[in-house]
Design a protein around this ligand. Structure first.
Ligand code: SF4
Length: 892
């Protein structure tokens, strides 16, 4: 016998991992109630008892040794299992796998009787159900909660027969559970169960479709289980699991990806086109709507703009900008990156040459230091956030967080740099200053790969942490400490979010983050890099596809003759020559009367863009077309509303925040509704509109569209639907058989002007003009806005799911001292006033925010969060300044 083999019931098996692994690979039927591939084994339930070389051991915790003889089905083991089953049945009535297995063993529960008084069932949570009577104490739920999500909701209390699963003394809905569902996914008895799963069990499952989550830029892979529906709209989603072998999420999901799918069959879905007649939106046929929109766009040609959507696929984003440019002759095309990560792309392109994540999410597990800047990752990108959290909890990485709020990650950090909103630039300069003064500079990297170092070091002289602390509010000692951690790490990895970008100096803040990575040589290798966490699911793809006025698909420069010729050859039309307008500039043009028509694909700008930007805009438009799932605040004001399809209802691709292009697969048909017109996949609608405006397309499927993208974008040459099964491909994919690029800038930067060297950015600190309003007697607080875990952007999808039970309102986080100062009680309705408007949330008194800072989400239109926003834009990328607004607060 070879030395790396053992035998299981006489059959050879590899002696790798545990005895349970060997047994399962040999096909032996060994029960393993408390084992999951996703968490470490605890050997709690003893169901996997086997005989190894004559000794009886728990297979899940015993290492497999070469040459061992394993037996799994002896008379003694069978007797032991029956006894174990009878003992389990004293305290529990397990269902699920365990219940079925015990029944198969002939366990009746009569041998030892039944403990009196079954423990309670908790049904307080909209997604999870706790039936303690079914619990056998295997602790899988606890290990999944701790080891996957890092939430530590569960504990076991009591001793012996009184041992009970516990989550504290509240209802489960009030526990710290974040509804990731990892516990229910592993529970073998139904004690912790997924209410979707319970419902699904009563319905015939028709099929399972693997697709990509449509909520955030993590790009988690979903297994969507579909079954029949009693309604007119065909099938429905029964439940969703995380795809176990997906590299992005390894089976894990968050409350949005796993549970928030009710929107797809919600009665509010738009199912027929609407056309405004006599001031009222009325249902019309698709033919009438398409003809009307086309005629109006042709009439208004030269005064048209288009806004694309990160909720739509790459193929749809590509079509929209192609239509605007080659069909309607304008570069007036933009996407929602303008209001989130546009500054990331602009800043990173200037310093590093590419405006996208340098590394892969997998590098989180290779890093030994994490710098999280302006990102509430565990709420905004929960699965990525859980990975960051686990890396820190395991002790494998130190953590520095730059954030005005004490987010979940900030509370775990070695150093929390809790700066005043609006002071990212001086803080990052002081961080760089400390790195240089502490000698944490990779001089070999700097000499070989960068330029401008000497000037940069001289520039940093004025930004000692002691000099900036009065502005930033961050004690100098903390900056020195943070720089020491970042500078001494072997593999320091950065992530950043909108807390860096949505500022007057957002692009410049991103440039300074790049500077930090350059100083320590943390680019172009594993476990490091500058990695923006993309907020919306396909915001990376929308920008990649060319939905911005100055850059074509693949960031092609329209002024480069070779690029121009390539596009004109494929598109069969000349490229437009106008400069093109960003979205805020389109609003200005509408007010000025030079832009008359706006086509909006899947964005609710009336709720999410700063309200003052939109003043007078919609009334000035002669044509506003909105393609949407619901009658959003923007759709309510449109001239034409076209019912679109959700990510569950169409084919295509999304690109996640690590440049990974992944398949989106149709799980459901778009809803038909009672009028019978039916919603349609957005790419089909765009093709119809292109044809009706005189630019017919030959595409028969999203795969055809992506094939054309591969012809115009050299980074997508090898990206085709038939290559994207499994984990997709990370661009650039420069040849048909290229495996994709997990890491950028290994040897040089795509910056021809500097010979491939990155250039340190020197950026003077320029306080935002909006901060001039910050006066104790008038507007004493700095307001930050952002998302909460349960909701997605304008909330049109998540508010139409039970997520709304978990987070029913927008809450203003206010420090206890500020709440006392303004006479505001926790939970009270309040009025928030800025120089630009008023919002009406409820107050949440918490020390998550520092004194002088407040936080407000923007998911409910009735709150009016965007009424507060200043008209200030990022100096380079025109991104609105969502992250600092002077406000005052009073009780309503
Ligand atoms: Fe979807 Fe993002 Fe949640 Fe993953 S982390 S399930 S991509 S919302």
């Amino acid at each position: 016998m070879a030395v790396d083999v053992l035998t299981v019931n006489g059959a050879p098996a590899p002696a790798a991992g545990t005895v349970l692994d060997a047994c399962l690979s040999a096909g032996a039927d060994v029960p393993h109630f408390c084992h999951s591939d996703r968490v470490s084994s605890g050997g709690h339930c003893r169901s996997c008892l086997v005989e190894v070389d004559g000794r009886h051991v728990a297979a899940c915790t015993t290492p497999a040794r070469a040459g061992s003889t394993v037996r799994t089905d002896t008379a003694r083991i069978r007797a032991y299992r029956r006894d174990l089953g009878e003992l389990l049945a004293v305290e529990a009535t397990p269902g699920g796998v365990v219940g079925a297995t015990l029944a198969g063993w002939g366990v009746t529960g009569e041998r030892y009787g039944r403990a009196p008084g079954g423990p309670p069932t908790d049904t307080s949570h909209p997604y999870l159900r706790l039936d303690l009577d079914a619990c056998i104490g295997c602790r899988l739920c606890e290990r999944a909660c701790d080891g996957i999500q890092g939430q530590f909701v569960y504990a076991f209390t009591g001793r012996g027969a009184t041992t009970r699963l516990s989550w504290g003394d509240t209802s489960f809905a009030e526990s710290p559970c974040v509804a990731c569902g990892a516990c229910a996914a592993v529970c073998p008895t139904g004690a912790v169960s997924d209410r979707d799963r319970d419902r699904a069990a009563t319905t015939d499952e028709l099929r399972t479709v693997r697709t990509t989550c449509g909520y955030c830029g993590a790009g988690c892979q979903l297994d969507v289980h579909v079954g029949p529906s009693a309604g007119a709209d065909g099938d429905r989603v029964l439940r969703i699991d995380g795809t176990a072998d997906a590299v992005v999420n390894h089976g894990h999901l968050c409350v949005k990806g796993r549970y928030s799918h009710a929107f797809a069959r919600h009665p509010d879905r738009l199912t027929t086109p609407l056309l405004r007649k006599d001031g009222v939106l009325v249902p019309v046929s698709w033919d009438e709507a398409i003809a009307y929109v086309a005629a109006e766009l042709v009439r208004l040609r030269g005064k048209v703009g288009g806004l694309s959507s990160s909720r739509c696929t790459n193929e749809e984003n590509y079509l929209l900008q192609k239509w605007m440019r080659a069909g309607l002759g304008t570069n007036n095309v933009d996407c929602c990156a303008r209001v989130c990560h546009g500054p990331t792309a602009a800043g990173m392109r200037r310093v590093l040459g590419t405006g996208a994540a340098t590394n892969s999410l997998d590098d989180i597990e290779r890093a030994d230091h994490l710098l999280v800047a302006g990102s509430n990752s565990t709420e905004a990108h929960p699965v990525t956030g859980a990975r960051l959290k686990q890396r820190v909890l395991s002790g494998a990485a130190t953590l520095v967080v730059i954030d005005p709020r004490r987010t979940e990650l900030a509370a775990l950090a070695d150093v929390h740099l809790q700066l005043r909103p609006g002071t990212n630039v001086p803080l990052l300069h002081s961080f760089a200053h400390a790195l240089v003064k502490l000698g944490h500079v990779d001089h070999a990297f700097v000499a070989a790969r960068t330029e401008g170092f000497a000037d940069y070091v001289a520039f940093l002289d004025g930004y000692a942490p002691e000099a900036t602390e009065a502005v930033t509010g961050v004690p100098a000692a903390k900056v020195w400490h943070a720089a020491r951690l970042y500078g001494t790490a072997a593999r320091p990895l950065q992530t950043h979010g909108l807390g860096m970008t949505e500022h007057y100096q957002g692009s410049e803040s991103v440039m300074l983050l790049c500077n930090l990575a350059l100083l320590v040589g943390a680019i172009g290798r594993e476990g490091v890099g500058v990695n923006p966490l993309r907020g919306q699911n396909n915001v990376q793809g929308a920008a990649d596809m060319g939905c911005q006025p100055d850059l074509l698909t693949g960031y092609g420069n329209p002024h480069d003759p070779a690029v121009k010729a390539r596009f004109e050859g494929v598109w069969g039309r000349p490229l437009p020559t106008d400069a093109g307008l960003t979205l805020p500039r389109m609003y200005e043009a509408a007010r000025a009367g030079t832009l008359k028509a706006l086509f909006i694909l899947g964005e609710d700008v009336v709720q999410t863009d700063p309200a003052r930007h939109l003043d007078g805009v919609i009334d000035a438009l002669e044509l506003l077309v909105v393609q949407e799932l619901f009658l959003t605040e923007t759709a309510k004001r449109a001239h034409v509303v076209l019912p679109g399809a959700s990510f569950l209802e169409k084919d295509g691709t999304f690109t996640n925040g690590e440049r990974r292009v992944q398949r989106v697969r149709k799980a459901l048909e778009p809803p038909i509704g009672s009028e019978g017109a039916g919603a349609r996949a957005d790419w089909e609608v765009l093709c119809a509109l292109m044809a009706a405006t005189g630019y017919p397309q030959a595409f028969r499927s999203p795969a055809d569209i992506l094939d054309e993208v591969a012809r115009v974008n050299p980074a997508f040459t090898g990206v085709h639907h038939d290559r994207l099964d499994g984990d997709g491909l990370q661009w650039p994919v420069p040849t048909p058989d290229h495996p994709g690029t997990p890491r950028l800038h290994d040897t040089s930067f795509p910056l021809p002007a500097t010979g491939g060297r990155a250039r340190f950015a020197e950026v003077p600190y320029l306080p935002s003009p909006s901060l001039l309003h910050l006066r104790e007697e008038e507007y004493p607080l700095r307001l930050v806005t952002g998302r909460v875990l349960e909701h997605y952007n304008c909330g049109s999808m998540t508010r139409r799911s039970p997520n709304v039970e978990l987070a029913p309102v927008d809450a203003l986080e206010l420090h206890p001292a500020d709440a006392a100062r303004f006479g505001v009680a926790d939970g009270a309705a309040v009025v928030v006033t800025s120089p630009w408007g008023e919002a009406r949330p409820v107050a949440r008194v918490t020390d998550r925010v520092a004194e002088g800072t407040a936080f407000l989400s923007f998911h409910f239109p009735e709150t009016g969060t965007n009424e507060l926003m200043s008209p200030v834009l990022d100096r380079i990328a025109d991104c609105p300044e969502y992250k600092v607004t002077p406000v005052r607060v009073r009780s309503a």
